[in-house]
Design a protein around this ligand. Structure first.
Ligand code: COA
Length: 262
């Protein structure tokens, strides 16, 4: 078990073969992320760069769930300040992380479950994984730099499928659109993704860090500004009438009705 500055039973960290393995573990709520879970992930990212023994971070979920995104009840009852909250801390730390991040998307990847992947260096998905960025569906707007990173990665038309329609999309689409590197049979995902992590961990670490930094230096010039704007708008949207309708529909397990809004 790895000792992180922030302890949280729902984020289990361990070190194996110089890889910091982080497992999201709140299956009863489909791995919905709480502020404490965000802080534990930030602690893991900080440990990754601080601990000279570590080569990369591997993040995955339990059962067939990666994460269903931010806890929607938290959105309703304690809307996070997208400039100072735990999730804001994660969003500023993620792009700054020097060592590589690998995701094994073992199932549902909703909201930040998908946008987190835009900051990973390698991502692999199980065949049955489902991806969705339902920010507009929830009366919200893109976060984690996705309003910039998604169009840059896949083009505006495809990004609109993700960010305007907010549909649930299969792993094959996530691969076609460049969000994940490869798709493996559900039962083989962990073994195959872990093999990639081992391969990466065996590379010369200085060369890997430098290569990552060079690939990411241009986006780093614009991301802080993009994320500040997204954060401000997202924060305002959390208390909007449209979001209230979407959150109410989630709690009441009904379809939202946005027909009264102009
Ligand atoms: N926040 C809070 N609770 C969540 C959650 C989330 N993001 N996702 C799932 N849960 C909870 C459900 O409320 C339910 O709790 P309950 O058992 O106390 O009623 C439990 O997890 C199981 O979820 P359920 O909806 O019954 O499972 P499902 O298989 O029918 O659907 C999802 C799974 C993830 C598709 C569905 O729960 C969902 O759409 N969640 C919201 C995703 C979302 O909008 N995230 C925010 C992105 S910005």
């Amino acid at each position: 078990m790895a000792t992180l500055d922030v302890q949280c039973e729902q984020v289990v960290a361990s070190i194996e073969d110089r890889i910091l393995k982080v497992v999201l573990n709140r299956p009863e709520k489909k791995n919905a992320l709480t502020q404490q879970m965000y802080l534990a992930i930030v602690a893991a990212l900080e440990e990754l760069d601080r601990n000279a023994e570590l080569r990369c971070l591997y993040i995955t979920g339990v059962d067939n769930i990666f994460t269903s995104g931010n806890d929607v009840i938290d959105f309703m009852t304690a809307p996070p300040d997208l400039e100072t909250s735990a999730v804001a801390k994660l969003l500023t730390t993620l792009p700054q992380t020097q060592k590589p991040l690998i995701a094994a998307v073992n199932g549902l990847a909703i909201g930040i479950g998908t946008t987190l992947l835009l900051h990973c260096d390698l991502a692999y998905a199980a065949e049955g994984a489902i991806f969705q960025t339902p920010f507009a569906n929830l009366g919200l707007c893109p976060e984690a730099g996705s309003s910039y990173l998604m169009p840059a990665l896949m083009g505006h038309a495809r990004a609109s499928e993700w960010l305007l329609l907010g549909e649930k999309l299969p792993a094959s689409k996530a691969k076609e659109h460049g969000i994940v590197n490869d798709v493996f049979a559900d039962a083989e995902l962990q073994e195959k993704a872990w093999a990639k992590a081992l391969q990466l961990a065996a590379q010369p670490p200085g060369a890997v860090r430098l290569s990552k930094a060079l690939m990411k230096q241009h986006r780093l010039q614009v991301l802080p500004d993009v994320m500040r704007t997204e954060g401000r708008e997202f924060g305002a949207r959390l208390t909007s009438e449209e979001a209230a309708e979407a959150f109410g529909a989630f709690v009441e397990r009904r379809k939202p009705d946005f027909s009264r809004f102009s």
